[in-house]
Design a protein around this ligand. Structure first.
Ligand code: NAP
Ligand code: G4F
Length: 347
């Protein structure tokens, strides 16, 4: 049985990857942070499944704490490490640039060093997936592909570029098996509620059910290449199954604006987005990434990977899910239970 270690297991991608690897028969280990409230919601279904639960192990640790990383790697002895942990919100990175660099850039370095020390001590192979981002391309004109020069536009993106180069440097310097996946935006019903897609679909459900009047957003002109997170974790795994390590762009090859997303999501429930959306200047970023459109030719040709879920299907999946959540919220409200009621107003 192969062993995988995932940083960021409680996040959107971590949860899909966990299910994917468990399904493949892996023993999965995840690094979690202690929170003052329950933060294992996305992997709750796995934790409650008596069969899968026995294949899943959680360890307290943090990308800002090299002692914990070294200890966990030496104890687990993983075959594959997926570094998904990050302060992953672009706008928040402008408010917390130093912390973002500590987790995203130096955190990657700490993990690479921990694995390097483990390899030299135990003389075994450990393959590493590093979660790169299309944000690294930033202001570079579309379409962006593996050969496109990076032009990061936020502290988050600069930190991801550093992580990318640390990974590449460790591969070239020490012959370690490390791949950079350069993933374009991928979404799902498990997406954090302050990312624009989920913020929109949460609002659509709540507005439809009369629980919310308005949705405040920032720049509606930005274009993104949006895919489904469940499809993208397969690409991460495929990258680690090759004979030699290489970097890959993962994208759908189709871009839409935030305005397009709004139109699609509101019209799914027969509403006109223009009646509900207002612009809040506070939600604009100090520097914006205007247009991300990936060219997935390399991963299609070399790894035979294709996205399965279209933009339209993705929006429908997210709206359906969040409409259902809103219906439940409304039902609770009707019986006088109000603590579940709140609107998504930040992010
Ligand atoms: P996410 O939902 O924001 O999850 C981030 C994960 O990182 C959470 O499990 C979080 O733990 C963990 N984390 C945060 N700070 C940490 C720290 N100091 N030490 C250890 N773990 C920490 O992100 P995602 O959407 O799943 O994305 C996964 C990775 O892919 C991230 O590196 C992201 O930057 C990158 N990426 C994402 C996309 C996308 O469109 N989703 C595209 C390109 C690249 P808590 O639950 O405790 O907060
Ligand atoms: O949903 P977003 O916050 O995602 P963004 O900035 O593209 O970053 C995500 O994708 C990256 C991959 O390219 C990941 F690396 C990163 O970790 C994260 O997962 O914003 C998308 C667009 C932006 O142009 C933003 O300005 O939507 C625009 N937007 C407009 N109004 C908004 C809002 N974004 C957010 N979060 N909230 C708004 O109210």
């Amino acid at each position: 049985m192969k062993k995988a270690l995932i940083t960021g297991i409680t996040g959107q991608d971590g949860s899909y990857l966990t299910e994917f690897l468990l399904d493949k028969g892996y023993e999965v280990h995840g690094i979690i942070r202690r929170g003052s409230t329950y933060n294992l919601g996305r992997i709750d279904a796995v934790l409650k499944n008596p069969k899968l639960y026995l294949q899943l192990y959680l360890h307290y640790g943090d990308l800002t704490d090299s002692t914990s990383l070294r200890k966990i790697i030496d104890e687990v002895r993983p075959d594959e490490v997926y570094n998904l942990g990050a302060q992953s919100h672009v706008k928040v990175s402008f408010d917390t640039p130093e912390y973002t660099a500590d987790v995203v850039a130096i955190g990657t370095l700490r993990l690479l060093e921990a694995v390097r020390a483990h390899i030299s001590m135990f003389n075994r192979e450990v393959r590493i997936y590093q979660a790169g981002s299309s944000e690294m391309f930033g202001a570079a004109p579309p379409p962006q592909r593996e050969s496109t020069e990076f032009y990061p536009r936020s502290p988050y993106a600069v930190s991801k570029v550093a992580g990318y180069w640390y990974a590449k440097n460790y591969r070239e310097s020490y012959g370690m098996y490390i791949v950079n996946g350069i993933l374009f935006n991928h979404e799902s019903p498990r997406r954090g509620e302050t990312f624009v897609t989920r913020k929109i679909t949460r609002a659509v459900g709540r507005i439809k059910e009369g629980l919310q009047d308005k949705l405040f957003l920032g720049n509606l002109d930005a274009k993104r290449d949006w895919g489904f997170a469940g499809d993208y974790v397969e690409a991460m795994w495929l990258m680690l199954q090759q004979e030699s390590p290489e970097d890959f762009v993962v994208a759908t090859g189709v871009a839409h604006s935030v305005r397009d997303f709004l139109k699609e999501a509101f019209s799914y429930v027969n509403l006109n987005w223009e009646d509900y959306v207002e612009i809040d200047p506070k939600l604009f970023r100090p520097a914006e990434v205007d247009y991300l459109l990936g060219d997935p030719t390399k991963i299609k040709e070399k790894l035979n990977w294709e996205p399965k879920v279209s933009f339209k299907e993705l929006v429908a999946m997210m709206v359906e899910h969040d409409w259902e959540l809103a219906k439940r919220e409304k039902a609770l409200k009707e019986v006088g239970y109000t603590s579940a009621l709140r609107g998504v107003t930040i992010g």
